[in-house]
Design a protein around this ligand. Sequence first.
Ligand SMILES: [Zn+2]
Ligand SMILES: [Zn+2]
Length: 227
Amino acid sequence: MICGYCQKAVIRNLTVKELLFPWRLSDFELCKDCSGLFSRIDPAANCLYCSKSGVTGTCPDCQWWQAQRPAHLLHHHALFQYDEGFSEWLSRYKFSGDFRLRHTFNQQVKKHLQAYHGYLICPIPLSEERFFERGFNQTSAFLQAAGIQTTELLVRSRHSAPQSKKNRQERLQMPQPYEVLPTIKHITKRKILLVDDVYTTGRTIRHGAELLWAYEPAEVRSFSLAR
Ligand SMILES: [Zn+2]
Ligand SMILES: [Zn+2]
């Protein structure tokens, strides 16, 4: 086993399950040192709708979103706090383009997405310009690295300045940047999980969800590595 972040060999005792089913042993996991760089979000102590930490019940952001679209509640789950450790990882993976890091959270993603059996797993798309610049869609890449089958339903038609350069107000006012793909016809009555790398204001995920809702899926939920 190799650490999906520092790329060093992971030395640990195997579990009984791994000894009995060695073919299930994964190629990548986080070593002890690297796993200490990230903070897991505690599902018991966060917003019910977006995983914002330190909030019980519904956070003010989600109350605002629910007032905009009372008919459509969106449940979002995130695994990690967007802190210094996560931001350092993201900058190496996404902005420096270290494609090896798509394996960093293989175990955590695989385990979490077991709860979404039967869902179409749809990554948030990149614009063509951004795709050619980076060479990969960071969200599709970490999902596929974890062995998750993805379905493309959306395409990004509008190329704009990176979200990371915008303040909260500018992010919330962004016009709809996505369009639907012909695959969208098959989503009626299906359950869909929209996936992004980071959830900040919720604007991106909701732009995606708004297009999906028009085709009457049974449910739209969302997931990101960090919040
Ligand atoms: Zn490591
Ligand atoms: Zn919330």
